[in-house]
Design a protein around this ligand. Structure first.
Ligand code: PMP
Length: 293
């Protein structure tokens, strides 16, 4: 059986300012981040050797850290430089990057003086879903878990704690034969899937939920730009389950998921049409020819 263990790999990981061997990138069992979820991270992709929107991702990492009162002991430029170097030293061009920041070895719910650690791992991660799923569209089911209110958690931070909900939802969906789960928010409005934002198409209109209690994804914003450029009307609005019957096509967006069509959400069926294919190919073209930061 092929090992899925992330510790069982070769390569170099940037760990608190230095590159170390993959197998040596370990933390102490009494790390605050592990016990109390005082941890934030990013998910980035590089294409043809360039990290897509690395500055936006790195700035979001700092914003997420600020939301958890974690002071990253490096500058945005230093993290960008380390991310690029990690790619180079591991001889990777098309890769996934995972910068992570966490509170270190101190116990107690409050640990304001614990050391803030920072690491960046890079590996090859071709596609988030299988090529067959991408071609036909993924099957999604409604999750029993919901996105929380902004009053209960810093819901715009890419914080590990929030992913407890996503992991529960995705694992349950997969155990029932689906690829992913749709999550409603605390108001029962459609929010997102477990690692991506969601869009619905009807004629020349693209509808997507307002990201007021979940991540306004960098891919989401990029795809909204692409959709407008190709003449679509993009409508950000409140969407509920009852609205699903009005739509013909559906897709999700995320750094890992890129642009992935959805073929069904429980009893609602969608087709993989030309609009999705055009948006997806424009996105692929954009990320592969990225010359910005
Ligand atoms: N929502 C969640 C819960 C995610 O994990 C992600 C992936 N980071 C997204 C949305 C999409 O964000 P982005 O396009 O910035 O990757």
């Amino acid at each position: 059986m092929v090992s899925t263990s992330m510790s069982d790999r070769e390569g170099l990981i940037w760990f608190n300012g230095k590159f170390i061997e993959w197998k040596d990138a370990n933390i102490h069992i009494l790390s605050h981040g592990l016990h109390y979820a005082s941890s934030v991270f990013e998910g980035e992709r590089s294409y043809s050797g360039k990290i897509f929107k690395v500055r936006e991702h790195t700035e979001r990492l700092f914003d997420s850290a600020k939301a958890l009162d974690l002071k990253i002991p490096y500058s945005v430029d230093e993290i960008i430089e380390a991310s690029r170097k990690a790619l180079e030293l591991n001889n990777l061009t098309n890769a996934y990057l995972r910068p992570i920041v966490w509170r270190g070895e101190e116990m107690g719910v409050s640990a304001p003086n614990a050391k803030v650690h920072c690491a960046i791992a890079v590996w090859e991660w071709p596609t988030y879903f299988t090529p067959e799923e991408i071609l036909k569209g993924i099957k999604v089911t409604l999750s029993e878990w919901k996105r929380p209110s902004p009053e209960t958690i810093p819901c715009k931070a890419k914080a590990s704690g929030l992913y407890m909900i996503c992991s529960l939802a995705k694992q349950k969906a997969e155990s029932k034969g689906f690829s992913d789960a749709l999550m409603l928010d605390y108001r029962d409005q459609i929010a997102e899937t477990t690692g991506a934002n969601i869009f619905f198409i009807k004629g020349n209109e693209i509808h997507t939920p307002i990201p007021d209690c979940f991540l306004d994804g960098i891919t989401r914003r990029t795809v909204i730009g692409i959709a407008k450029d190709i003449g679509m009307d993009v409508i950000e609005r409140v969407l509920v389950l009852d609205d699903l019957k009005d739509f013909e096509q559906c897709f999700i967006t995320g750094t890992a998921a890129e642009v992935t069509p959805v073929s069904e959400i429980d009893e609602h069926k969608f087709f993989v049409g030309d609009v999705i294919k055009r948006i997806s190919s424009s996105y692929v073209k954009l990320v592969n020819n990225w010359t910005g930061e």
